[in-house]
Design a protein around this ligand. Structure first.
Ligand SMILES: Cc1cc2nc3c(=O)[nH]c(=O)nc-3n(C[C@H](O)[C@H](O)[C@H](O)COP(=O)(O)O)c2cc1C
Length: 198
C-alpha cells in the first residue's frame, strides 16, 4: 500500500547488526523518534530469528508452513510503504544478517519495486554500501537514491538519545522521509511507471 495522503508513512527499518550496542540499530531507533509522527518507522529487531535461507523452506504450498519469522518478515514488508536498511560492513561485504534477510525476500513479490532507502553510518566503509545497492538493484527493489544517506557515526560516541537530539541526524532523516514521500507521490500521480505494490 502506498501513502499518497497525509497519513503517517509506514516504514520498515531493517538493521544488519545484531549487536546490543549497534550504531546502526541506534540510528534506526533515533530515526523513528525523529520521524514521528509524520512517519511511523518500525525497527525490525528480530532479524536474528530468521533461519538461514534455504529455498526448500520457502517452497511451501501453504504460507502457514513458512518459518514463523519469515512469515512475520513477509507481512511487515507487505504492509510497509517503504523500507529503510542500515547495515554494517563486515570484511568488505554486507553483514550475513542483512544478506540472509534479503535472500528471504528475493522471491517475495511485494518487495519488487518497493521504495527502499539505505543508510551508511561509516562513509569510509563503501564496499558494503556498494554491495547492498547492487543486491537491491538485482532484486528490482525501488532504490531511492535521494532518500539514501551516509552519516559519520562510527567513532562519534553517540548513543540513541544523542543521535535523536542531533540536528545533523534530524536533517538527513527528514530528507530521507521527504524523498520517500516524494517518490511515492510521483508513483501515485503517474509521473513514473507505477508497479503493482501491495
Ligand atoms: C567482523 C567485523 C568485520 C568488520 N569489517 C569491516 C570492514 O571491512 N570495513 C569497515 O570499514 N569496518 C569493518 N568493521 C567495523 C564495523 O563495520 C563497525 O564496527 C560498525 O559500526 C558495526 O556496526 P554496528 O555498530 O551497527 O554493529 C568490521 C567489524 C566486525 C565486527
Amino acid at each position: 500500500m502506498q501513502s499518497s495522503d497525509n497519513r503517517p508513512l509506514n516504514v520498515l527499518a531493517l538493521c544488519g547488526s545484531l549487536r546490543a550496542a549497534s550504531i546502526n540499530a541506534a540510528l534506526l531507533r533515533a530515526a523513528a523518534r525523529i520521524a514521528a509522527p509524520g512517519a511511523d518507522i518500525e525497527v525490525a529487531d528480530w532479524l536474528g530469528r530468521l533461519p538461514l535461507f534455504n529455498p526448500d523452506l520457502e517452497n511451501v504450498v501453504d504460507d502457514r508452513e513458512l518459518p514463523r519469522a519469515v512469515k512475520a518478515l513477509h507481512l511487515a514488508v507487505d504492509a510497509a510503504d517503504a523500507i529503510l536498511i542500515a547495515s554494517p560492513e563486515y570484511a568488505h561485504g554486507i553483514s550475513g544478517t542483512i544478506k540472509n534477510t534479503l535472500d528471504w525476500l528475493v522471491s517475495f513479490e511485494p518487495f519488487i519495486h518497493k521504495p527502499v532507502a539505505v543508510v551508511n553510518v561509516s562513509p569510509r566503509a563503501h564496499h558494503a554500501d556498494d554491495a547492498l545497492r547492487e543486491t537491491l538493484r538485482t532484486m528490482s527493489a525501488g532504490l531511492v537514491g535521494e532518500a539514501s544517506f551516509a552519516v559519520e557515526l562510527l567513532g562519534a560516541h553517540m548513543d540513541e538519545d544523542a543521535m535523536a537530539a542531533s540536528p545533523a541526524v534530524a536533517d538527513v532523516v527528514a530528507q530521507a522521509i521527504a524523498a520517500l514521500r516524494a517518490e511515492i507521490g510521483r508513483r501515485a500521480s503517474g509521473d513514473i511507471p507505477v508497479f503493482p505494490l501491495r
